[in-house]
Write a protein that binds this ligand. Sequence first.
Ligand SMILES: Nc1ncnc2c1ncn2[C@@H]1O[C@H](COP(=O)(O)OP(=O)(O)OP(=O)(O)O)[C@@H](O)[C@H]1O
Ligand SMILES: CC(C)(CO)[C@@H](O)C(=O)[O-]
Ligand code: BAL
Length: 293
Amino acid sequence: MNAPIIRSLDALDALTDAWRAAGQRIGVVPTMGALHEGHLSLVQRAKAECDRVIVTLFVNPRQFNNPEDFARYPRTEQADAAILAPYGVDALFVPTGDEVYPPGHATTVSVAGVSGPLEGAHRPGHFDGVATVVTILFNMTRAERAYFGEKDWQQLQVVRRLVADLHLPIRIVPCPSVRAGDGLALSSRNQRLSAKGRAQAAALPGVLFDLAGRLERGATPAPALAEARARLADLGFAPVEYLELRDGDTLGDPLPGRPARLLVAAWLEGVRLIDNIPVTLPQTATRSSLGAA
Ligand SMILES: Nc1ncnc2c1ncn2[C@@H]1O[C@H](COP(=O)(O)OP(=O)(O)OP(=O)(O)O)[C@@H](O)[C@H]1O
Ligand SMILES: CC(C)(CO)[C@@H](O)C(=O)[O-]
Ligand code: BAL
C-alpha cells in the first residue's frame, strides 16, 4: 500500500503526536528522491528497528552550489511513492520549500572541520545546506533514529558531528553502500549517464578497490594515489576532483592505527560521481609515510 504523502508540518505533527503518545519509536530516512535500491536498504533497516518510518523527500536548494545541478536533479515523486509501496513506510514527507524555510528564515547550521575538505572544498556551502536541512528535518519529524548511507561518507561524518555537538536527541545509523553488480555505487545522478558512460563508470570503484589493496599491502600512499588519479584520467574521468586517503572520522590526515578511508569524486559525461571505501593500513605505517598522502 502506498504511504500517505504528507506535505505540511501540521499534518505530520498529527501523525507523529499519535505515534509518540502510543510510545512508538520513529525512524526517519532523509532523501532527495529518485529512489533506488540504496535508499531502499536504508528504509528496510529503519523498518527493522523502528515502529514507524518516515521517508522525507526534499530537493534541498540550499545544498546545491551549482544551479544547473539543482535544475537537473531528477524529481520523480510518483515513481518514488510507488517504489516504496511494498516497504510499509508510514509517511512520505514531501514538504514545500516554504514549509522547510518559512519566509524570513535566517539560520544556517555550520559544522567546522569535517565539512572543510573534499566535498566541502569542491562544493562551497554544500555542507552548511545539508547541516541546516538535516537539523530542520530532525526537528520536524522528531525521530529517534535517522538512517544515512555510507556512500555519502563525508556527509555522514558531518551529521554525526552535528548531532554530537548540538546534543540532538537522535541516533544516527550508518548503512553500507549498495552497489550495482559491476561495483558502481548506486546514485540518483547515475541516471544521467548514457549506456556507454554507465559501462565506463564501473572503472571508478575498480580503481578504488585496486588502490586500497595496494595500500593495504604497504604501498606508499602519495605515489600510489597519484598513479590512481592518472589512471582515472586515462579512463576518461575528467576532471578527477579528488582522490584522497583520509582519516575515516575527521577526514583530516590519515593516522597510524586509525581507520582510514579512500574517497573520490570524478566527472564522467558531465555527471559527478562520488565513492569511498575503508582501508586497513599496515601496522608498520608511520605518520611520516602517511603524511605525504
Ligand atoms: N548506493 C547507496 N547505498 C547506500 N545509501 C545510499 C546510496 N545512495 C544514496 N544513499 C543514501 O541515501 C540517502 C539519500 O541520498 P540521496 O537522495 O542524495 O541519493 P543519492 O543517490 O545519493 O543521490 P545523489 O545522486 O545526490 O548522490 C543518503 O543518506 C545517501 O547516503
Ligand atoms: C541528507 C539529505 C537528504 C539532505 O538534503 C541529502 O544530502 C541526501 O540525500 O543525501
Ligand atoms: N547525496 C548527497 C546530496 C547531494 O549530492 O547534494
